[in-house]
Design a protein around this ligand. Structure first.
Ligand code: ZN
Length: 455
């Protein structure tokens, strides 16, 4: 990082504060609600205009659902290439009556811009575009090649991104992928995320007879579907917390020394977390650290269990049918297909009459912290935010980052620009002006730092 190239860019960003805020407000005024198919095409067209005005080559990538917008600036094989990912669709704004100001009439209150999509994700990828614009304005060029992919259906589960990345792998090829999405740590410290857990959802269905029966007339004769699932579930996870599905954890990659060290540096107020949730104990096994639970281990969660009678009073019924819904959160390098196969083999061995129904799945993703280009992000976040950089080896939740790390084979990082209380997906979504301005600075510092990398 060269401070003499970055300082005038930061000054330019600050000088344009009011204009940049006004332009973000113009952008978020346009609804683009993927779930309701409202305003998607007009916003895609608007974005194409923004990318054009930066001098980018722009194209629309059609999908069976909503289109993606792709732009590229620079094509010099001697320079590193960054792929920026974001999404221009937003969540439905309902319930409308819970908004203090209408969701698509952006309003500033107490240093925050309130509007649907302002943080998730329009304000964050708009900050990337303004970072490019600011570098161009001050230095007349960007010291690396920039590609940007803006999806129009992230909020409905990115059903087409894997196919698009597979089909356009050459076009999307880059040295790294950076996503600015989600909130930063509540402390406001700049954050870099290196991975996400995957997920595999399935149902177990038991049926022991054509219909429910009288628990006296058939009790002891007809097998009980609920007991069948209870016994099966008990073979899948032990009371000590260990998952006991054969072969399930075979592919789990242990955390590296660097990941363990980063995990140990993450701030945590466990008492506050437990008080907030009203928990008196942590899940078994007891000896695992808080972040180790989220980053290093898969889970087997019973999402719901249905069967028999649960209404008022009693009903002496013997249920013929029961269903349990489960998800398994996957850590690197578990594979959804192998996980489903392990579950099916386990069920075939322990309860051959129970049916396994595969549901949605998403692979985990992890970029090693040792990846050389990560150093560029560390110093970019430090120089643009000040203070300590929080490095999170993996988040507990799931995002389709595997399309970049596994299909494209490129290191992928999430560098969130949003405030921790951004209220994304909820009424009164907001982005603090500080976070927005910080995001533009971070974006510029990443591009600038990447120019110096390998040179
Ligand atoms: Zn979202």
């Amino acid at each position: 990082m060269n401070d003499s190239t970055l300082a005038p860019v930061f000054a330019h960003i600050e000088d344009n504060r009011e204009r940049f805020i006004a332009r973000l407000m113009d952008y978020v005024r346009h609804p683009s609600i993927s779930a309701q198919n409202i305003g998607i095409r007009p916003v895609a067209a608007l974005l194409k205009g923004h990318l054009h005005s930066l001098g980018m080559t722009v194209e629309t990538i059609e999908t069976p659902g909503h289109p993606m917008v792709f732009g590229q600036l620079g094509d010099d094989p001697a320079r590193p290439t960054i792929l920026l990912y974001g999404h221009y669709d937003v969540q439905p704004p309902e319930p409308l009556e819970a908004w203090i100001s209408p969701p698509f009439e952006p309003t500033i209150r107490d240093g925050r811009i309130y509007a649907r999509g302002v943080a998730d994700n329009k304000g964050q990828h708009f900050a990337q575009l303004l970072a490019i614009e600011s570098l161009l304005a001050v230095h007349g060029g960007i010291p690396c090649n920039v590609k940007i992919l803006l999806e129009g259906e992230e909020e409905v589960g990115s059903p087409n991104i894997a196919a698009v990345v597979r089909q356009h792998a050459d076009k999307l090829r880059a040295d790294l992928v950076v996503t600015a999405d989600g909130p930063m740590h509540p402390s406001g410290q700049g954050t870099i995320l290196y991975g996400v857990r995957g997920v595999a959802s399935f149902e177990l269905r038991a049926r022991t007879a054509k219909r429910d029966a009288h628990s006296g007339n058939f009790g002891g004769v007809m097998p009980n579907a609920v007991w069948q699932l209870v016994h099966l579930l008990a073979t899948m996870k032990a009371p000590d917390g260990q998952i006991t599905i054969d072969g399930l954890t075979d592919d789990v990659l242990p955390l590296s020394a660097m990941e363990r060290a980063a995990m140990a540096r993450l701030p945590l107020d466990l008492t506050a977390v437990m008080e907030e949730m009203g928990m008196t104990a942590l899940d078994a096994p007891a000896e695992r650290g808080y972040f180790e639970r989220l980053m290093a281990h898969p889970t087997l969660t019973i999402n719901g269990f249905h069967g028999g009678y649960g209404g008022a009073g009693s009903k002496t019924v013997l249920p013929a049918e029961a269903v349990v819904k489960c998800d398994i959160r996957l850590v690197e390098a578990m594979e959804p297909d192998a996980v489903f196969a392990a579950v099916e083999a386990h069920v075939a061995r322990h309860a051959p009459d129970v049916q396994v129904v595969r549901q949605g799945a998403m692979a985990p993703s992890k970029t090693p912290m040792e990846t050389p280009v990560a150093a560029v992000l560390r110093s970019a976040v430090a120089v643009s935010r000040g203070g300590q950089v929080l490095e999170i080896p993996s988040m507990g939740g799931s995002l389709p980052d595997y399309v970049f790390t596994k299909i494209l084979g490129v290191p992928a990082f999430v560098v969130p620009y949003g405030n921790a209380d951004e209220a994304n997906h909820a009424p009164n979504e907001n982005l603090t002006i500080d976070c927005f301005m910080g995001g533009i600075r971070t974006g510029a510092a990443i591009l600038s730092g990447l120019g110096a990398w390998r040179s």
